[in-house]
Design a protein around this ligand. Structure first.
Ligand code: PEP
Ligand code: MG
Length: 559
């Protein structure tokens, strides 16, 4: 039976309109209070042995079908679930009188402590161990298995939030859309959904209460989520999307405003798969090449030779176009086994980003050397930039090193307010600036981009963030040097209009967002973009800035 439609609202982070049945990502199990052992310990041992085997088999099976990046993680997890020492420790606790789920929890907690005390790569596996524990306990308690659901038909994935391990095996052919209660526009979920082209809405309060199997409409542009939608509503939204899509197909090539003013449209790449996809994208090059994928999950840094080979591959696929390489951004949300500062209570405020070069200078110099060698004769216009630069001295130190190693264009990412406030000074040495709005939001509003506990603070329409973009862009115009935006904010078509109005010279985004951003920009003149920017800056919060600009742009199209 179809009930009345329920309208929910979240933040749309990956465009598209779909309707499908909900499949919920089960939360981790909670042990019932005062759980006591019942039954014969040997029967419980046998039950636990079967639960461990089931978890091992399922993880092994998932690893066989996972995307390349996830295969090793899942295979290693399957091996952990089969570990005889772990099993012996659990069985010992059951024979000592503990209930099976409690024995699993306690035995894994002890192993977890050991991994954490060893540190490095093994410490990073602690989360994998937690996942195994949750799975085994769920089997023992007869609860649904945590993690991605499996269905015969493609479904709308509904979750409180998605962990990186959940997203590793996401597959666009089985997931129609993603809706999460938590998370923000720069969360892991948002970035992955966008790169896979899956419509997604995050921070959608009340969504997780929707029943498994319910029919749900997801509009990844407006953030609307509707359960049991009426046929009229579905056709109206799908029709509106179709009209937008039609406008999108009219435009291709370099970014332009309605009066012909230019704004470069570039793409962000961060995995081998992204690079393959991006090579064919209708863009003017790469505005952000995240190089961490070369370094993650490795015990030591790749050699100059190996790095050169990977960079060369991407430069050749972008021959004749621009490629902005971001040097290694280690730390905080991108921890590396070999570039890790122990005991930092607040890693996001610690030795991350460009600061790594203070204690591992060779890591940076080797990378710059490899980029420089790969650039030579590749045909690409190679620029380099350093992540999370905070002071003019850092910008100048980086530019000096890069220039000395044969890279003529060296810039700084503006990701902390200090850099935006002193953009004029950064530009004395830096050849260009690129604004990383994901980090700039978290540092401006002191709100962790990973947890996004107060999502509206990470809304890229927040006027304080926009003010810092305006300051940086204005400094770029004074210095006559390029200033781009390469955070997720650049992929919001109407925010792109605001950035154009502030004088930003390039926008870099996931390839899937290019067409809509290009189409939206093409509809307005520079002076209309400036007006949109002024309106956004005069509002009190993100929501009203978005609404005011949305209404203004709609009025221009109507008139
Ligand atoms: C940013 O912070 O906006 C950015 C582009 O860098 P990353 O998301 O890789 O931290
Ligand atoms: Mg960043």
């Amino acid at each position: 039976m179809v009930g009345p439609a329920v309208h929910l609202k979240g933040i749309g982070v990956s465009p598209g309109v779909v309707v499908g049945r909900v499949a919920k990502l089960s939360p981790p199990p909670v042990l019932p209070a005062g759980l006591e052992a019942d039954g014969d310990p040997e029967t419980e041992v046998q039950r636990t042995r079967q639960a461990l085997s089931r978890v091992r088999d399922e993880l092994g099976e998932r690893s066989a079908h996972a995307a390349s990046v996830a295969v090793d993680v899942l295979a290693a997890q399957a091996a952990m679930a089969a570990d005889p020492v772990l099993a012996a420790s659990i069985f010992g606790k059951i024979r000592d009188g503990q209930a099976a789920p409690t024995a699993v929890k306690d035995a894994l907690a002890a192993f977890r402590e050991q991994l954490l005390s060893i540190g490095g790569y093994l410490a990073e596996r602690a989360a994998d161990l937690d996942d195994i524990g949750n799975r085994v306990i769920s089997v023992l308690l007869g609860l649904p298995m945590p993690g991605l659901p499996v269905r015969d038909e493609p479904f709308v994935l509904l979750a409180q939030d998605l962990a990186p391990a959940d997203t590793a095996t996401l597959d666009a052919s089985s997931v129609l859309a993603i809706v999460t209660e938590q998370g923000g526009p720069t969360s892991h979920t948002a970035i992955i959904a966008k790169s896979l082209g899956i419509p997604a809405v995050v921070a959608c309060k009340g969504a997780f209460a929707v029943e498994d199997g319910a029919r749900m409409l997801v509009d990844g542009m407006s953030g609307a989520v509707v359960t049991d939608p009426s046929e009229e509503e579905v056709s109206e939204r799908v029709g509106r999307l179709a009209r937008r899509r039609a406008a999108v197909t009219e435009y291709s090539g370099p970014g332009r405003l309605a009066d012909g003013s230019r704004i470069q449209l570039l793409v962000n790449v961060g995995t081998s798969a992204d690079i393959e996809r991006a090579g064919h994208a209708d863009c003017e090059g790469v505005g952000l090449f995240r190089t961490e994928f070369l370094f993650l999950d490795r015990p030591s840094a790749p050699s100059v030779q190996e790095q050169r080979g990977t960079y060369r591959h991407i430069f050749e696929s972008f021959s004749g176009r621009k490629v902005v390489v971001r040097t290694l951004d280690a730390g905080a949300d991108k921890p590396l086994a070999f570039a890790r500062m122990a005991d930092e209570p607040n890693p996001a405020l610690g030795m991350r980003g460009y600061r790594t070069a203070r204690y591992l200078p060779d890591l940076l110099d080797d990378q710059l050397r490899a980029i420089s060698r790969a650039a030579m004769g590749s045909g690409a216009d190679v620029w380099v930039m350093a992540p999370m630069v905070a002071t003019p001295a850092e910008a100048s130190d980086f530019a000096k090193r890069a220039h000395e190693l044969g890279l003529p264009l060296a810039g700084a990412m503006v990701e902390v307010p200090a850099a935006a406030l002193r953009a004029d000074h950064l530009l004395k040495a830096a050849d260009f600036l690129s604004i990383g709005t994901n980090d700039l939001s978290q540092y401006t509003y002191a709100m962790d981009r990973e947890t996004g506990a107060i999502p509206e603070l990470l809304d890229p329409w927040q006027p304080a963030l926009l003010e810092l973009v305006r300051l940086t862009a204005a400094a770029g115009r004074r210095a006559d040097k390029p200033v781009g935006v390469c955070g997720e904010a650049a992929s919001d078509p109407q925010l792109a209009v605001v950035f154009a109005g502030m004088g930003v010279t390039s926008l870099s985004m996931a390839p899937v967002s290019l067409a809509e951003v290009r189409a939206e920009l093409s509809l307005y003149t520079y002076s209309q973009c400036r007006r949109a920017a002024e309106m956004a800056l005069s509002e009190q919060d993100g929501e009203s800035a978005r609404a005011a600009v949305g209404a203004y742009l709609d009025s221009l199209l109507a008139g």
